[in-house]
Design a protein around this ligand. Structure first.
Ligand code: OVV
Length: 396
């Protein structure tokens, strides 16, 4: 039996969609388990079970042909491919195990006291001001206080990390106006990152240098090391910047949930996890089929691009009760905001630690958080990003 494939006349990268993706996910899910997106010439899946199955089945849904719209089998990658994100096993097994050894629980345990102190002093200062911008004064600030030092990056030019990440995440989408405008005049960021990844610019003791030390031991080549350091810089900043900003947005828009967190700051870990489910920073990634595959009666041919709507899966009513509600009583584990399967986020423990420390410091210091103006979105082809989030807090 063959089913007629649902064709959707919807562009998941146009400005209306990117500005409010959640307004459109229902239409994609309702159209079918698999949809054909004419606008981009790719298939799409937005149901939780299907997204999860595709992420788990990395042999059928591969990453080595790119996790953006561009098919690396047919076109040159936007930049030399990531040796983690854009490769399949067996190469992926080697690079990922090596990086897992560096981004370890043990390393994070060692950072916690210093990061906690930094989170507390930042929140002290912001709560003292009563009004602040949760993006430019907090979301963009805290990761920059902890992450570049963890990598051991050179001091000069660090602010370019944000421009670079925006470029990388935009490049997973089509070459639309969002992509072009973001890239305009930003060659400096790309050049800076290329330099910052080189051994001679990295400080001793950081995760960057540890990648080169693994290369010294023969685990990878020195050229590979340089590219692996680039992964830290690409994936480690804009993701946590927006993750923390969304956490504050969630808390400000849900005073009852904030009251629960205030009453029990140990809910901080849950609050961050639920905020990622509720508003997923990384909205989508593509995979490419390595063979013909049938999904719910639809045959997807070999070599097809499939857009996986992670954020839609995280609000699929078939999986989550009242999915639109940010709810600290919910068990958010199983969300795919960090992906799933062999490519699941390498830095998720870093992100969780940053989120937990900010949520705890806020809960201990602010009796209430309110929006002090409308949140302003910044459009990105992959990230759900915030440009500005004015808030007002009542000191505890
Ligand atoms: C998850 C992610 C996003 C962007 C870049 C990379 C990874 C990378 O490995 O370069």
């Amino acid at each position: 039996m063959t089913m007629t494939l649902a064709r959707l006349d919807l562009d998941p990268f146009d400005e209306a969609f990117l500005a409010d993706p959640y307004a459109h996910h229902g239409a994609i899910r309702d159209a079918g388990r698999v949809v054909w997106l004419d606008s981009i010439g790719a298939y799409g899946m937005a149901h939780y079970e299907d997204v999860r199955r595709a992420l788990r089945d990395h042999e059928t849904y591969c990453s080595a042909r790119g996790v953006g719209l561009a098919d690396f089998a047919k076109e040159e990658p936007f930049r030399p491919r990531s040796l983690l994100l854009e490769v399949d096993p067996p190469l992926h097994n080697r690079t990922r195990s090596m990086m897992n050894g560096i981004v370890s629980l043990k390393a994070l345990k060692q950072f916690r006291p210093l990061w906690k102190e930094k989170a507390e002093s930042l929140i002290d200062e912001l709560v003292g001001r009563r009004r602040f911008d949760a993006v430019s004064d907090l979301g963009e600030v805290f990761p920059m206080m902890v992450f570049p030092d963890t990598i051991g990056l050179m001091d000069e030019g660090r602010e370019l990390l944000l421009d670079y990440a925006a470029i990388v995440f935009n490049a997973f989408g089509p070459r639309n106006a969002v992509f072009e405008e973001c890239n305009r005049g930003k060659e400096g960021a790309i050049d800076w990152v290329a330099q910052a990844c080189k051994r001679e610019y990295l400080k001793p003791g950081g995760w960057g240098m540890q990648v080169y030390e693994a290369a010294d031991r023969g685990v990878c080549s020195h050229d590979e090391a340089e590219r692996l350091v680039r992964s830290f810089l690409s994936a480690g900043v804009d993701t946590t910047v927006n993750g923390i900003s969304h956490l504050v947005l969630a808390l400000a828009e849900h005073p009852d949930e904030y009251a629960k967190l205030r009453a029990n700051p140990r809910l901080a870990v849950k609050a961050f996890e639920e905020s990622l489910r509720w508003d997923s920073t990384v909205q989508t990634f593509f995979r490419t089929t390595t063979r013909e595959v049938e999904v719910a009666g639809t045959v997807i041919p070999e070599g097809a691009k499939v857009l996986l709507f992670l954020a839609a899966a995280n609000r699929d009513p078939a999986r989550w009760e009242n999915p639109e509600r940010f709810d600290l009583d919910r068990n958010a584990s199983g969300h795919v905001g960090f992906g799933f399967g062999i490519h699941q986020c390498l830095g998720q423990m870093v992100a969780r630690l940053e989120g937990e420390l900010i949520a705890t410091a806020l809960a201990e210091r602010a009796a209430a958080i309110r929006l002090a103006g409308p949140p302003l979105r910044r459009l990105n082809n992959t990230l759900h990003a915030i440009e500005s989030l004015p808030v007002e807090v009542t000191p505890a």
